[in-house]
Design a protein around this ligand. Sequence first.
Ligand SMILES: CC1=C(CCC(=O)O)c2cc3nc(cc4[nH]c(cc5[nH]c(cc1n2)c(C)c5CCC(=O)O)c(CCC(=O)O)c4C)C(CCC(=O)O)=C3C
Ligand SMILES: [Fe+2]
Length: 402
Amino acid sequence: MSAQHSPAPRPAAQGAPYDALLLLSFGGPEGPDDVVPFLENVTRGRGIPRERLKEVGRHYYLFDGVSPINAQNRELLAAIRKDFAEHGVELPVYWGNRNWAPYLTDTLREMVADGHRRILTLTTSAYASYSGCRQYRENLADALAALEAEGLPLPRVDKLRHYFNHPGFVRPMVDATLAALAELPAEVRDGAHLAFTTHSIPTAAADTSGPVEAHTEDGRGGAYVAQHLDVARLIADAVREETGAERPWRLVYQSRSGAPHIPWLEPDICDHLEELHGAGVPGAVMVPIGFVSDHMEVRYDLDTEAAAKAAELGLPVARAATVGADPRFAAAVRELVLERAATERLAAGDADAAPGAGETGPTAPRRCALGSLGPSHDVCPVGCCPARTPRPAAAGADSPYA
Ligand SMILES: CC1=C(CCC(=O)O)c2cc3nc(cc4[nH]c(cc5[nH]c(cc1n2)c(C)c5CCC(=O)O)c(CCC(=O)O)c4C)C(CCC(=O)O)=C3C
Ligand SMILES: [Fe+2]
């Protein structure tokens, strides 16, 4: 990589003031030799029991040490670039990860070397939680600190709002749920229940997810659970309208780790399948609404483990596809980027801030959101999704960086 710094490129008009988009994700191993170092990166200082790590390592070795997540991100990158090109959005799109190459710090260094100073970030987590939001913001702060230590110019880094309730995220999941229902034997289809699944997190982390005013006590789950419930309800309603059949649904959890005495969100998908079977329910569709793409949690915890549980019970199940690189999701990313860009221009007093600005002056951009919660905040407020041990986090109201 060249160490020379070219002058900052003129921001592409449509995305101005932003000059680049950063896809920020988790990262995953790409072969057997990567598995242990990857898990060391993931769990650095997080107190995950050794037994659990061995277990998780085993999941990866079953797939030759290859997580599907990097390939999925490459596809998403391609889909976003294609959509941007088709709509004249000239922002270059970069990719960096928290736990594996391409590492976030390397990507950010490259972006700065390419002259970018105003960066907008899309994370591959749609919901509020420490793991899905603030931890990525901490990673951004760490990367900025590394650049600062190297004496490099620091870009300003913002993060897109949570997109769980954006139609470009929800509608592909509705179609995927309908497609999964169609995979079930015809005689169980109408009576099948919908099991919406997401990553379990400690109830303490769930209760403090989202802005302070969304925090809860007693394990009700804060913004994390409220956002997932809203998405589940939206999909269940759309599926009912489409099929004419009312199907009971429930939000359940998967991929629990941590020490057994610490409460995490429940019930687990496998226990839930057992309960459905015990109650005489004829079949179920698992809809992994908590995951943007089919990564290891989906391929192992659902397609391998939960599927085996269902087979053992004799319960017909199907699993709905994740959003992945669906063109509607790529279009949603474009809409979110242009929305935020317009909001930033408006805040900066730019006269033609929003599309549709005319003689009446600048108008606020349309903020698309389905469901009952409305569009999420653009900037995470102070106290949002707190860490157990406070650390600097960028791209939020409490960022030590501009
Ligand atoms: C909310 C959430 C998301 C969704 C939001 C997002 O997408 O960010 C997510 C994503 C992911 N989690 C992933 C992998 C892992 N997560 C772990 C551990 C943990 N996840 C947690 C939460 C979440 N995790 C938590 C509270 C822990 C425990 C302690 C800790 O906070 O570390 C561990 C350690 C072993 C274990 O405990 O299982 C691994 C290996 C992968 C990659 C998969 C692949 O390779 O395809 C992805 C996309
Ligand atoms: Fe995780």
